[in-house]
Ligand binder design. Structure first.
Ligand SMILES: [Zn+2]
Length: 127
């Protein structure tokens, strides 16, 4: 599971993929069933910056053609596939959608620019 921390030195966001190991014990005490889990250890498997995680998430989503889904679906995907904690999933889903909107706007204005230049080029050829 990925959790977020802030660097004490530069304040940047770091994401840590942590593995928590638990030990579950259950039994019967005074005629009642009990179960408890004790945390045995927490291990940091990987630490990445937010940018790097976003990039790899975007790449995977693009490969699976899953970029154009609702924010809720996106957050679910992040949670289930990437193991990102729910709170963080919503945050990243929002960022991805915002980035997508910017990319799309860029793409549209680029197409307009291309159309304009090709028009002016063809009209130049005619004259
Ligand atoms: Zn730092």
């Amino acid at each position: 599971m990925y959790i977020k921390t802030f660097c004490a030195h530069c304040g940047k966001t770091n994401l840590h993929n942590v593995a928590v190991s638990c030990e579950k014990t259950s039994g019967i005490l005074n005629g009642k069933l009990f179960s408890r889990s004790t945390i045995k250890g927490v291990e940091v498997r990987e630490t990445v910056t937010e940018e790097i995680l976003m990039k790899s998430v975007l790449k995977t989503l693009r490969e699976h053609k899953k970029l154009h889904i609702s924010k809720e679906e996106l957050a679910d995907t992040l949670k289930n596939i990437f193991g990102i904690s729910s709170e963080l999933s919503c945050e990243i889903a929002e960022k991805i959608q915002r980035e997508n909107e910017v990319l799309e706007a860029d793409f549209k204005s680029n197409i307009k620019a291309i159309k304009k230049t090709s028009k002016s080029q063809t009209s130049k050829k005619v004259t």
